[in-house]
Design a protein around this ligand. Structure first.
Ligand SMILES: Nc1ncnc2c1ncn2[C@@H]1O[C@H](COP(=O)(O)OP(=O)(O)OP(=O)(O)O)[C@@H](O)[C@H]1O
Length: 225
């Protein structure tokens, strides 16, 4: 199947005298899991924030994802603590789906992430892993074309991490979404991603790009960061 590229260029960002990006350019692939790896401080969060317009690019940005809807999965879950899991999901559904469809959509995604039986629980009653499952459901419930994930599995304990990554993998294989995935964990990157962009140090350049999943190589990636 032909890959559709999404180019973002003219990325420029300095914080005072610290130049993070100077005419940086990145190509993402539509409906793929696009991973971004790089040393701490190379600008991964800055890049995500520019793409999602949380911070402003210093110059005019050329972005082929400019008008696309984005949902997010962060390391911390950002669920609202004083409403139930179901209501957290319903908050997203309310503005995007007809009332008659909402219950079924909520049920479908809570079942997919394996927490339907917790729908009436409040987030603080649940483990970090269960909350992150709710977070994943919420990101997919939103009719976004792009899902931005910033270290989504970092604070999940080892025993549930693999399970949650598998849930994500199963859903993303069925859904058409373009994922932009930042992580420090190379094994996680190899397991979940369709391509891997390695960023160099600031002012940041694209150092390496791997897009053949069958040739992902842990050692090579490790040595390239
Ligand atoms: N608001 C800010 N003010 C000043 N400098 C900043 C600001 N935000 C980021 N920086 C600097 O910009 C550079 C890139 O930061 P950024 O957080 O984007 O990197 P990162 O690759 O996401 O790092 P990490 O992997 O540690 O999360 C770093 O040198 C950081 O100190």
């Amino acid at each position: 199947m032909e890959e559709i590229s999404l180019t973002i260029k003219n990325i420029n960002k300095s914080y005072n005298e610290k130049v993070v990006f100077k005419d940086f350019e990145i190509t993402l692939y539509k409906n793929k899991v696009n991973c971004i790896l790089g040393k701490s401080g190379c600008g991964k969060s800055t890049l995500l924030n520019i793409l999602s317009k949380i911070i402003k690019n210093d110059t005019e940005l050329y972005s082929e994802i400019e008008d696309m809807q984005i949902s997010y999965i962060f390391q911390e879950d950002r669920l609202i603590d004083w409403i139930t899991i179901e209501d957290n999901i319903n908050l997203v559904l309310k503005n995007n789906y007809k009332k008659s469809d909402r219950e079924n959509i909520c049920k479908k995604y809570l079942k997919e992430v394996g927490i339907y039986e917790y729908k009436e629980y409040y987030p603080q009653m649940l483990s970090g892993g269960t909350r992150q499952r709710a977070n994943i459901a919420r990101a997919f419930v939103y009719p976004s074309q792009i899902i931005i994930m910033d270290e989504p599995f970092k604070s999940i304990d080892i025993s549930s991490k693999k399970q949650i990554m598998n849930i994500f993998k199963t859903i993303i294989q069925k859904e058409k979404r373009t994922v932009i995935f930042v992580t420090h964990d190379i094994e996680e990157a190899i397991y979940l991603s369709d391509n891997i962009n390695i960023l160099g140090e600031t002012p940041t350049v694209s150092k390496l790009f791997f897009n053949d999943k069958s040739k992902f190589n842990k050692e090579l990636i490790e040595n390239s960061i």
